[in-house]
Write a protein that binds this ligand. Structure first.
Ligand SMILES: [Zn+2]
Length: 134
């Protein structure tokens, strides 16, 4: 993360932080079936809410749901197969726990760094560093 991004995050996130009792809310996916595919309508917005790369979340969804997926021309995620909203939401919750929420303080003020090929979740709130694969 460069300095400008840190400034942006600081400005964006300051109003949201109202003490440590506030729980992070997993964004609700908007999902609809289209033939034998599942269209994840607000995929881009969810990535923004989670502050994570689209490719990173998409890859996780593919692994978690055991299917293939791609981002279409309208920036929606299209998953092969029929998945309910609850199933997609569950996958996003799992993603959040692993890649967004700090394992120490539970705040979502984190970023992913790469260290010797491993992904490390770095928390800006408490300074914790933890491997995302554990
Ligand atoms: Zn933390």
């Amino acid at each position: 993360m460069d300095y400008d991004e840190m400034l942006d995050r600081g400005i964006e996130q300051t109003p949201d932080i109202e003490g440590s009792s506030e729980r992070f809310e997993v964004p609700e996916p908007e999902v609809r079936q289209e033939g034998h595919a599942t269209v994840f309508e607000n995929f881009q917005q969810v990535c923004r809410d989670l502050d994570r790369d689209e490719d990173h979340l998409l890859k996780f969804l593919q692994d978690e749901l055991g299917t293939s997926a791609h981002i279409d021309e309208s920036n929606r995620a299209r998953l092969t197969g029929e998945f309910s909203q609850g199933r997609i939401r569950g996958a996003i919750e799992a993603y959040s726990e692993r890649y967004v929420l700090c394992s120490e303080c539970d705040l979502p003020d984190t970023s992913i760094e790469r260290e010797q090929g491993a992904e490390i979740l770095v928390c800006a709130a408490c300074g914790a560093r933890s491997s995302t694969s554990s």
